[in-house]
Design a protein around this ligand. Structure first.
Ligand SMILES: *[C@@H]1O[C@H](CO)[C@@H](O)[C@H](O)[C@H]1NC(C)=O
Ligand SMILES: *[C@@H]1O[C@H](CO)[C@@H](O)[C@H](O)[C@H]1NC(C)=O
Ligand SMILES: *[C@@H]1O[C@H](CO)[C@@H](O)[C@H](O)[C@H]1NC(C)=O
Ligand SMILES: *[C@@H]1O[C@H](CO)[C@@H](O)[C@H](O)[C@H]1NC(C)=O
Ligand SMILES: *[C@@H]1O[C@H](CO)[C@@H](O)[C@H](O)[C@H]1NC(C)=O
Ligand SMILES: *[C@@H]1O[C@H](CO)[C@@H](O)[C@H](O)[C@H]1NC(C)=O
Ligand SMILES: *[C@@H]1O[C@H](CO)[C@@H](O)[C@H](O)[C@H]1NC(C)=O
Ligand SMILES: *[C@@H]1O[C@H](CO)[C@@H](O)[C@H](O)[C@H]1NC(C)=O
Ligand SMILES: *[C@@H]1O[C@H](CO)[C@@H](O)[C@H](O)[C@H]1NC(C)=O
Length: 895
């Protein structure tokens, strides 16, 4: 489409001219609050030390050994924004001589972005609300197939950062909910599904990107600093990343913001220390788009891939890598050893997913829907050629999409069993959110508007709808003459409804990425806050004055404050349909009219007031001179952990969700997997690292960097070659070894054995050992409706331990199949060593405090962990105890 190509020129015109030298220098760091410190961690650990990646690394070694310097620096960086023929949002350089192709990196976490004939799946938050592991996996499989079908090598999802710390945060909806375990299990299943199709998944954004405003570095202001203590980082924010690495994720993306004052894209403690050494990540670490702000330093800090290749001011044809990385290796500042590891990680991930065999080339364009288009859209004079092949990758994926949308729908309230509705009811529908945007579902670029039914948020985390099944059309299929008031203002004149008449009121709340401002919300919900948009709360109140039966349907990125209407007697039923993607209609009517019982549960808490949370999470950080400081002073206590700590009852608790039927949970049993053998306090000694590829490390011949004779570069395309004179000059500096680079504090080139808490993918392998299994029988005790139950397990740590822990923390969940009235299913939940551990910042290891308690109180095999079972965080009526291996029912919930 024309606007895409012209957008390139527009953004160029709007970019203040910043000389590249300024774009490169980030200057001294701003001070962070006392006690926070970005420790150095060097060198970057080599990849390839784990058994599960050895084959891929052996193949990668064989290929990378044959690469020239310029080929290695080519495959570790993008070729420039809006560059490359058949473009994806990121396109790496290739080593064509050796058959290593350009890799296509494509958004988004919910479907192939900027492409036709795809499926626009429900968002992450919707998937989280299903609490259904099978669906989390099935959606991943379908998304993986679509990326493969379009020839996208790298899927830029799933997102687990933001984790949802701040209810107002703009991108929370891209992830699965405000809890590390829900996020972690969903992400792992998504990754498994995607990567089984041969597509590399990307876990993002590492880490602390919990608000949109002030996230990015620019020449005038650094991105905000997320100041996170070590224990909180391990137990909350890094938890889902560990789960993703454990699932074998092939790529990770850093965040825009800084952590403890050091930018995530060059923070050696985060990348080298935590991600690569402690979590044992074997794939490639890439920067988020245009967050690359140093050349040598980011390479040393462990970054492997720069996307999309440019400096943080794009489109001038400048890069801090590509030709500069070539120079940095020739002049000896970046050890060849580091570049070899970078290249090997990229190639190993490619082999690991089998992309060397029959992986399609990209057959779509992110820049145009026409068959032919510019091959190099950012170049001044670009050849034109075929860029779109219109490959249809949808198969029957609408079924998974609809199932997720349907099983996510969360019934918050159903007074007097108003729902399900009968098709003979007299219904009036209110609200513009009931009908698709009249200008078309994709009328706004990157969905950066809130018009019509809200199916997804805005920004880079979107896909184009192939079609949109909207609620009003689906309702009309059941009730052809349903009345529809397509306005967010209640009509002045309306026939007096009779007492049985029903109003269905649609409301919405949107959010997205900071690159767009929508109705004065700058990505985050900074303007509308937790109120429904377009006066939706008023619309509900007005409808409730007129009608005696009101059903509210909310399409929302996250929690809303419902207090102005939730207790009105005529507001009988409330459904949160989250962000349903293309399948917004029938998924909803299936629930409204009782074809299925609702079975979604909240992936976050809904409070009565925004101020029910402490200031640090209730509010966004506003402008400050210099670096904005976002300090995680609430520690572990976000969402329900915070509310429970302060004994604040939410309106609807984390995990809440009603059904048309009822369930009983009976015959709960607990089984220690290893009999009475107690867990040790810390994991056993870690397994040592296996040998990693070893290459020659002497500075390469300058000729490996020369432009090919007679080569005519395309302006602003990023190349890894240097002119002969430049290469020779850099080489001379490197071999002389007299001019030393000003290496960061703590710099070293000696590989480390790795921390005690590491040793496998996701951390020490024993952390993943299942220690207890809990079984429970779930029975549909209703007599009319079939339904699916959510079984949630929360751990309570033993009394008398020296670590402050949240009252309860989610640890596992399962969903039953659809149970007919009277039918039962036995369900198993599991507790691992990691689930009963805390991170001890002093020991730098995971500690089982219950084991320590047991050791003090001799004779007992474990301290008393209580594993609470129920259907929501505030509906926990059963508990099992690890010390006695007994369970009890009919208890008072702990919160
Ligand atoms: C940030 O600083 C805190 C306090 O010193 C420390 O515990 C934590 O490990 C640091 N995190 C990072 C990523 O540097
Ligand atoms: C780098 O990649 C580009 C794009 O595929 C290619 O044209 C160029 O030849 C590559 N350079 C090297 C050194 O292989
Ligand atoms: C596009 O992908 C399909 C498979 O999905 C493949 O058969 C085709 O060759 C690709 N087209 C191009 C131009 O690479
Ligand atoms: C080597 O080149 C890089 C990239 O231009 C530069 O940042 C670095 O300072 C150079 N090192 C030396 C020793 O000249
Ligand atoms: C989808 O693919 C078909 C061919 O299968 C093509 O005719 C159609 O134009 C494509 N749709 C769009 C929106 O490009
Ligand atoms: C539920 O409806 C009954 C009347 O049917 C009313 O008395 C009661 O207050 C309602 N409860 C809530 C929570 O709205
Ligand atoms: C309870 O579950 C156990 C298996 O864990 C089974 O052996 C037993 O029969 C069940 N009891 C009832 C009453 O269902
Ligand atoms: C280095 O390059 C020069 C000139 O291209 C060539 O003559 C020489 O053989 C090369 N040396 C090595 C070790 O490859
Ligand atoms: C259970 O025992 C096996 C075999 O000794 C061991 O590998 C595993 O780590 C143990 N699991 C736990 C949770 O301790």
């Amino acid at each position: 489409m024309v606007y895409r190509a012209s957008a390139v020129w527009l953004s160029l015109a709007l970019t203040p001219f910043v000389p590249p030298a300024l774009a490169r220098s980030i200057g001294p760091r701003d001070a962070v609050p006392e006690g926070y410190y970005a420790a150095p961690y060097y060198p970057a650990p080599h990849g390839g030390w784990l058994e599960s990646w050895q084959d891929a690394y052996a193949k990668a070694y064989a290929l990378v050994s044959q690469m020239t310097l310029a080929e290695k620096t080519n495959i570790t960086s993008g070729v420039g924004i809006y560059m490359a023929s058949r473009p994806c949002v990121g396109n790496s350089g290739s080593a064509d001589r050796l058959g290593f192709p350009q890799l296509c990196l494509q958004d988004s976490a919910l479907g192939v972005a900027s492409a036709d004939n795809i499926t626009a799946f429900p968002a992450g938050i919707t998937t989280g609300a299903t609490w259904d592991k099978a669906l989390m996996y099935a959606r991943g499989v379908a998304i993986g197939k679509e990326f493969r079908g379009k020839g996208a090598n790298i899927h830029l999802g799933p997102a687990v950062g933001p984790l949802g710390r701040k209810p107002l945060g703009g991108r929370n909806w891209e992830g699965f909910g405000s809890d590390p375990v829900l996020q972690g299990k969903a992400a792992a299943l998504h990754i498994k599904g995607v990567q089984e199709q041969g597509v590399i998944a990307t876990i993002k954004h590492f880490i602390g990107n919990e608000q949109e405003m002030f996230r990015m570095y620019n020449p005038f202001q650094p991105g905000y600093s997320a100041n996170i203590d070590d224990r909180t980082l391990h137990e909350v924010y890094m938890w889902p990343f560990a789960e993703a690495v454990h699932a074998g994720v092939g790529a990770a993306m850093t965040a825009y913001n800084a952590v403890n004052g050091s930018a995530s894209s060059q923070n050696s403690y985060l990348i080298n220390g935590l991600l690569k050494d402690e979590l044992g990540f074997q794939g490639m670490v890439m920067s988020d788009w245009l967050s690359h702000i140093s050349g040598v330093d980011s390479a040393l800090a462990g970054l492997d891939v720069n996307m999309p290749g440019d400096t943080n001011i794009p489109l001038f044809g400048f890069s801090l890598w590509q030709y500069e990385l070539t120079r940095s290796v020739l002049n000896g500042s970046v050890p060849l050893d580091r570049l070899n590891d970078m290249a090997t990680r990229v190639v190993a991930a490619w082999y690991k997913m089998g992309q060397d065999k029959n992986f399609p080339r990209p057959n779509f364009s992110s820049n145009t829907r026409d068959r032919n288009g510019l091959l190099y859209p950012a170049a001044v004079f670009s050849p034109i050629g075929q860029v779109n092949w219109f490959v249809n990758v949808q198969e029957d994926h609408y079924k998974v999409a609809r199932q997720v949308a349907q099983d996510a729908i969360t019934l918050l309230k159903n007074n007097g069993s108003l729902l399900p509705l009968s098709t003979s009811s007299k219904i009036t529908v209110f609200g513009t959110d009931a009908q698709v945007n009249s200008a078309g579902p994709n009328a706004c670029l990157n969905r950066a508007c809130n018009k019509g039914t809200l199916g997804m948020g805005w920004g880079s985390g979107v896909a184009d709808y192939p079609y949109f099944d909207d609620p009003i059309s689906a309702i009309r299929k059941r009730i052809p003459d349903v009345k529809f008031q397509n306005s967010d203002n209640f009509p002045l004149f309306l026939d007096e409804p009779s007492p049985d008449d029903i109003a269905i009121v649609f409301i919405s709340s949107d959010a997205g990425e900071n690159s767009f401002t929508v109705e004065n919300n700058h990505g985050d919900r900074d303007s509308d806050k937790l109120a429904a948009w377009h006066g939706g709360d008023k619309l509900v109140q007005k409808a409730a004055e007129k009608f005696q039966n009101v059903v509210v349907v909310a399409h929302t990125v996250g929690p809303l404050i419902l207090e102005s209407w939730i207790d009105l007697p005529s507001v009988k039923a409330v459904l949160f349909a989250h962000l349903p993607g293309q399948e917004a209609g029938e998924s909803l009517t299936n629930v409204l009219f009782g074809d299925v019982s609702p079975s979604g549960h909240l992936p976050y808490s809904i409070t009565k007031a925004a101020t029910d949370y402490p200031e640090s999470i209730a509010n966004l950080k506003g402008f400050a001179l210099g670096q904005v400081q976002d300090t995680y002073s609430e520690g572990l206590y976000i969402d329900y952990r915070s509310l429970n700590k302060h004994s604040i009852k939410p309106r609807f608790a984390f995990g809440h969700g009603l059904s048309y039927t009822t369930f009983s949970f009976t015959n709960v049993t607990i089984k220690p997997v290893n009999g009475t053998v107690p867990l040790s306090v810390t994991p056993p000694p870690r397994p040592p690292k296996l040998a990693t590829p070893s290459y020659p490390t002497t500075i390469p011949n300058a000729s490996e960097a020369y432009y090919p004779p007679g080569f005519r570069p395309i302006w602003r395309y990023l190349y890894s070659w240097l002119h002969q004179s430049e290469a020779d000059a850099a080489h001379a500096i490197g071999v002389a070894g007299t001019k030393k680079y000003a290496y960061p504090e703590g710099y070293s080139t000696t590989q480390k054995p790795g921390p005690a808490a590491g040793g496998g993918e996701g951390g020490h392998p024993s952390l993943w050992d299942v220690a207890w299994e809990v079984d429970v029988t779930v029975t549909n005790t209703g007599d009319r409706f079939p339904g699916r139950a959510s079984v949630q397990g929360y751990v309570q740590f033993p009394e008398g331990i020296t670590y402050d822990t949240p009252v309860v923390q989610l640890r596992d969940f399962e969903k039953t199949r659809e149970l007919a009235p009277g039918e039962s299913q036995r369900v198993t939940l599991r507790l691992t060593r990691r689930d009963v551990s805390v991170w001890d910042a002093e020991l730098q290891n995971w500690v089982v405090p219950g084991a320590a308690v047991a050791a003090r109180a001799k004779g007992k095999t474990q301290g008393r962990y209580t594993f609470w079972i129920g259907e929501a965080s505030d509906k926990l009526f059963l508990a099992c105890y690890t010390d006695t291996a007994r369970c009890q029912s009919g208890l008072e919930p702990p919160v």
